[in-house]
Design a protein around this ligand. Structure first.
Ligand code: SF4
Length: 484
């Protein structure tokens, strides 16, 4: 157990995130909440201020680090909070760097999901300033600083194009054929059809209310995305019915329509033809790896050959854009395995490639059986994502969006690459939080972006299907009030 002692308990989670960069699987608690004798290490974080100058102290045993800042004139409460948090996190980070010098932190002290959003915010004072802050203040490596800058440059026209009345529509299908070893998403393994049928009926009520809300508030649909779970667990007729319903209610999908087909064991010609006929122009076929042994190990009931077969079928039917996902560092995989997967992807030539770093999520089976698996070291994970990046570059793609998650191998990142002109608008909007998102279904997040105020509000829907079905009336009313 790692203990935090601090005079600013409101920042406990921020401090804990910093500690997790170095001790990713540690249990972390406030000292006063545990038996002090059970703490194998205590981090003491203090923030002291004389009203204008703030100093953060981070101490562990004999080691001490400090970080100070002067309060800018007329600083808002929000700015003060941001600077306080930053000082505490930086003091903690420098202390941790001294304690654990061998831990790789390519993103330096940054713990947030969206480094590119931070880069863009700072770049309002000039791109050089963003580069300087990333490298010199947050200790981000030159390679990652460059990656953030490149992604921001690609995103620029998409960000400029967003109108204040535009909204993205998301639909979640939280059902899967089997559960993947590394997954923490609360999707249900598809059992009896009853539950799915009930879910689709409720989803239609949710969609109809959303379309009404969009009309009444004068929104314009910018993009549509159906994700999961695995949307293609639906039969061809179920896909037809739900997507036709969306079209009828919303009057269209906006400028882009994606369905995350996901796993090849749920895709067939009939379903792809339905998607194509209804105007879905972008799909994902996600191998994660092209090695059969790993696919079996992570609980996916298909082979690499199935992926190739389904991909070729989708190409023949003629989708505008096909994305494929790979995960670097899957249990038992080496750099050679990653290279083999990339060689197979190179032969297929998708339009988008998303390279994820394995994250050991708390509620995944992988976390529970961690010691039964061989996992890549930080250096190996980094080598693997470089192989993925090289593969995307060989296909002529640019990195166009990225995000980070907790508990990622080597403190790395997930990067989406796209051929020029094949970038996914929804992915950019969602990760950079530049447009509101109206979501339907269990385990989804509705977001309202107040562009002019740099403010975002979130409204989650219940994570599990039974609660979603039970609370739908309330959720519909809350969404209506949320956008009013
Ligand atoms: S297909 Fe995706 S959502 Fe479903 S279990 Fe696997 S990782 Fe989780």
């Amino acid at each position: 157990m790692i203990a935090i002692s601090t005079n600013r308990t409101e920042y406990r989670n921020d401090i804990a995130e910093e500690i997790r960069l170095f001790l990713s699987l540690a249990e972390i608690a406030l000292l006063e909440e545990i038996d002090p004798a059970s703490a194998e290490r205590i981090f003491d974080l203090r923030l002291i201020s004389d009203g204008t100058r703030y100093t953060a102290f981070a101490k562990a045993g004999e080691l001490l680090e400090t970080e100070a800042f002067d309060l800018p004139e007329c600083a808002s409460a929000r700015t003060i909070k941001k600077l306080e948090k930053r000082a505490l996190k930086l003091a903690c980070y420098h202390l941790l760097k001294r304690l654990y010098p061998d831990v790789s932190t390519p993103w330096g002290s940054l713990t947030g999901i969206r480094p590119t959003k931070l880069f863009r915010e700072i770049a309002q004072a000039g791109e050089n300033e963003a580069q300087r802050m990333f490298r010199d203040v947050f200790d981000v490596s030159p390679e990652k600083t460059d990656l953030a800058a490149r992604i921001c440059a690609v995103q620029e026209p998409f960000i400029r194009s967003v109108q204040s009345n535009e909204i993205d529509i998301y639909i979640g299908i939280p059902f899967c054929k089997t559960k993947c070893l590394y997954c923490s998403f609360p999707s249900e393994v598809l059992g009896k059809q009853d539950r799915l049928t009930q879910y689709l009926i409720s989803l239609q009520l949710d969609i109809a209310a959303g379309a009404r809300l969009v009309r009444e508030n004068g929104f314009r649909v910018r993009s549509f995305y159906m994700g999961g779970g695995t949307p293609t667990v639906l039969s061809a007729s179920q896909l037809d019915e739900i997507l036709s319903f969306v079209l009828k209610q919303y009057g269209g999908f906006g400028d882009e329509a994606t369905v995350e087909a996901g796993r090849p064991d749920t895709i067939d010609r009939e379903k792809l033809l339905v998607l194509k006929r209804l105007g879905i122009d972008r799909i994902s076929i996600n191998p994660q790896t092209m090695n059969d042994e790993t696919l079996r190990r992570v609980g996916r009931s298909h082979t690499a050959e199935d992926i190739v077969r389904v991909y070729e079928l989708a190409r023949e039917i003629g989708f505008h854009s096909i994305n494929m996902d790979l995960i670097a560092g899957l249990p038992g995989e080496s750099a050679e395995d990653m290279q083999r997967s990339c060689d197979a992807i190179l032969r297929l030539k998708p339009d988008n490639l998303t390279v994820h770093s394995l994250a050991i999520k708390r509620s995944s089976s992988l976390k529970k059986e961690l010691y039964e698996h061989t996992l890549a070291s930080a250096a190996q994970a980094e080598e693997m994502i470089k192989i993925g990046a090289g593969c995307a570059e060989q296909m002529g793609m640019n990195p166009y969006y990225m995000y980070r998650q907790k508990y990622m191998s080597g403190n790395l990142e997930n990067v989406g690459y796209a051929l020029p002109g094949k970038e996914c608008v929804y992915n950019i909007d969602m990760m950079e939080e530049i447009a509101s998102i109206l979501s339907h279904g269990a385990g989804t997040m509705t977001k309202r972006v107040f562009g002019g105020e740099n403010r975002i509000e979130r409204l989650p829907s219940p994570k599990d299907v039974p609660t979603y079905l039970d609370k739908l009336d309330r959720l519909i009313a809350d969404k209506s009030a949320f956008f009013r």
